[in-house]
Design a protein around this ligand. Structure first.
Ligand code: PGA
Length: 254
């Protein structure tokens, strides 16, 4: 396995400001002498973005937002825009996470607006797609993911070579400890790549898997052909589990 590997740490709303700063310091310390092809990026809460960014300043760890709004500035109480994150030093923008879709009722239309805004702001988008347990049981998993991809990518102008991450995150696997079987995930990743090749052929698409990733299963995903990395929630919020995941990957690379 000598491809570059991406490890995105989605901290969600798990950590308060002090806990976020502490974890950022621990990550800088752990990764400071690591010189491998595993790239790490953290997605802290909006509250902790600036302080975490400052802690990561001279490290090789990148940073992104969990959620942002598509209009640059104005009367939008509670929101932070893509442009604002960009000017605060963000590299990535997580868009359409299933918790945003399901709990906060974000629509495919909202996700499309966010993607366009991220591209204009110069942020690297991470677009999340995935079916619910019911949809998978009904045999509709691929159809649902295709609908989500079409809604977000159809007729969009993508600058040549623009890096876009697409994270396959089955809703039923998120935060449940019931990770998707790696063969089923790979089948979906190939489907996603086939659709992306048609809809956004000019983009440089990278595929992530997310949903109950741990040190026990991470290698089984990364050894598949179509995948470039993982989007990790719960296990990314503790230094011990981040280290365990990194070590599992490092052993595989060695
Ligand atoms: P989890 O979350 O690793 O806690 O399942 C993944 C995600 O929602 O990105």
């Amino acid at each position: 396995m000598n491809k570059p590997i991406y490890f995105f740490a989605n901290w969600k709303m798990y950590l308060d400001n002090l806990e976020s700063e502490k974890l950022a310091f621990d990550l800088v310390d752990y990764f400071k002498d690591k010189n491998d092809n595993i790239s790490i990026a953290v997605l802290p809460s909006a509250l902790s973005f600036i302080s975490v960014k400052n802690i990561l300043e001279n490290s090789n760890i990148k940073i992104g937002s969990q959620n942002s709004y598509w209009i640059d500035k104005g009367g939008y109480t509670g929101e932070v825009s893509m442009q604002m994150y960009k000017s605060a030093g963000s590299n990535f923008s997580l868009i359409g996470h299933s918790e945003r879709r399901h709990i906060f009722k974000e629509s495919n239309h909202d996700i499309r607006e966010k993607l366009e805004s991220a591209i204009v702001a110069g942020l690297t988008p991470i677009i999340c797609v995935g079916e619910t347990g019911q949809e998978r049981n009904d045999g509709r998993a691929e159809e649902i993911v295709e609908i989500q991809l079409r809604a977000v990518f159809e007729n969009i102008l993508i600058p040549d070579g623009l890096e876009i991450f697409i994270a396959y995150e089955p809703v039923w696997a998120i935060g449940t400890g019931k990770a998707c079987n790696p063969e089923d995930a790979e089948q979906m990743h190939q489907k996603v790549l086939t659709i992306a090749n048609v809809l956004i052929s000019s983009a440089n698409v990278k595929i992530l898997y997310g949903g109950s990733v741990s040190e026990k299963n991470v290698v089984s995903y990364l050894t598949k052909d179509s995948i470039d990395g993982v989007l990790v929630g719960n296990a990314s919020t503790k230094i011990d589990t981040v280290v365990a995941i990194h070590q599992a990957l490092s052993k595989e690379i060695a």
